[in-house]
Ligand binder design. Structure first.
Ligand code: FEO
Length: 385
């Protein structure tokens, strides 16, 4: 695939993977992107997952057309991109690795060598000339590991953005939901905790003319780039994208589910959009994504061992672990003799930034009663304000 006259795609698609990064389901597979820049000197941008070593090396060989690469630029050391560094360096004996000091430290950790005789350590704004293409390196710590850097090609105005602007899904599958849905699930699951770091690097990009974004995952972006930059600004500044309610619930015997279904129905009657997630059965990263996308969250769960149901505890830990903030939260609890899940959920969420707990909570004893329907009506009212 041609990105520009001089920049070629040499990445791979993975349809065998069961869980990306050991935890994310990827029904459309995954892409590990790598690129090759042809100039007086040839640079390869990152490697791919270890299972695709041969395919990657073959892709490179085809584009080299008998020439030899001068540089392997490493943006990120997570093994889905870095696994084949040593194989590449063994094959191309004159190649030099270009990366940050911290990435070289990680190479030592992974390969027991930091390629000391064959490396260029780059810092913020350092440049490397390939001929007409001048590469500028922009550090992007914690987007999403500490060693990460972006590379800007001054000639073709291409930003190589490491994991940023990536999405789940292989590039040879059409995603029926478009780019944003799986890009959002990817962002909040993988990069979401580091919003401030993303903000910092977005600031560094201001003023750069960017015609194409080449991420390490997902499609090459070369149209409507303001949309992608803007959505990354929204996500990384923890603003909500939609005026809607996410309801995340657990239910053992169906009574809590009955309450959330009633709440959903009543909210929809008021034209409020609702996303419902069963935390024990639905994809947890999808529920997390939804909580970040929408501006209001309802947590509904059964009392369990004097606290909350385990999958709700996991979900709240996910919210906390990903820096959830700047949202309104309401609660529904159920308990057969002493409902106490609201207290447990509130206490667990304490300390999160700019979170408002709504006043109209719903407390159910066993099954839904008239008084609970009244509480749900009040909650609908408060969620509508
Ligand atoms: Fe795609 Fe953070 O590795």
């Amino acid at each position: 695939m041609t990105i520009t006259n001089d920049i070629k795609y040499v990445g791979v698609n993975d349809h065998e993977i069961d869980l990306f990064e050991g935890q994310y389901v990827v029904p459309l597979g995954m892409a590990y992107n790598s690129y090759l820049i042809i100039d007086n000197e040839i640079a390869i941008m990152d490697s791919v997952d270890k299972n695709f070593k041969d395919e990657w090396l073959l892709n490179i060989e085809k584009e080299l057309k008998g020439k030899l690469p001068s540089y392997l630029v490493i943006s990120h050391m997570e093994p889905d991109h870095s696994a084949n560094i040593k194989v590449f360096m063994d094959k191309y004996k004159d190649a030099i690795i270009v990366s940050t000091q911290m990435a070289f430290n990680m190479m030592k950790a992974y390969f027991n060598t930091d390629f000391s005789e064959r490396k260029i350590v780059v810092k913020e704004n350092d440049t490397l000339s390939l001929g007409k293409h001048e590469l500028r390196f922009i550090t992007a710590p914690f987007v999403h590991w500490p060693e990460v850097m972006f590379t800007y090609d001054n000639y073709d105005k291409v930003l190589f953005s490491a994991d940023a602007f990536g999405k789940f899904g292989a590039n040879d599958k059409i995603d029926p939901e478009g780019w944003a849905c799986e890009a959002r699930r990817y962002y909040f699951g993988i990069v979401g905790k580091f919003g401030q770091n993303v903000q910092n690097v977005l600031k560094k990009l201001e003023g750069l003319e960017i015609k194409t974004i080449c991420s390490l995952h997902g499609p090459v972006l070369n149209e409507d780039l303001d949309y992608y930059l803007n959505i990354y600004n929204i996500w990384s500044s923890y603003q909500s994208e939609a005026s809607a309610v996410t309801i995340a619930y657990t239910s053992v015997y169906g009574n809590t589910k009955e309450a959330v279904l009633l709440l959903k129905e009543k909210l929809e009657e008021k034209n409020i959009e609702v996303a419902l997630h069963d935390l024990a059965r639905d994809d947890m990263p999808e529920a997390l994504e939804s909580a970040f996308e929408n501006d209001r969250l309802v947590l509904a769960t059964t009392t369990y061992n004097g606290g909350m149901f385990p999958t709700m505890e996991t979900f709240i830990n996910e919210l906390k672990g990903h820096n959830y903030q700047n949202r309104k939260i309401a609660f529904i609890e159920n308990g057969s003799w002493a409902p106490s899940a609201i207290k447990a959920m509130k206490s667990s969420l304490e300390g999160l930034k700019d979170i408002t707990f709504l006043n109209s909570n719903v407390s159910i004893k066993g099954s839904l009663k008239d008084e609970n329907i009244e509480q749900i009506n009040k909650l609908v009212q408060e969620l509508s304000n």
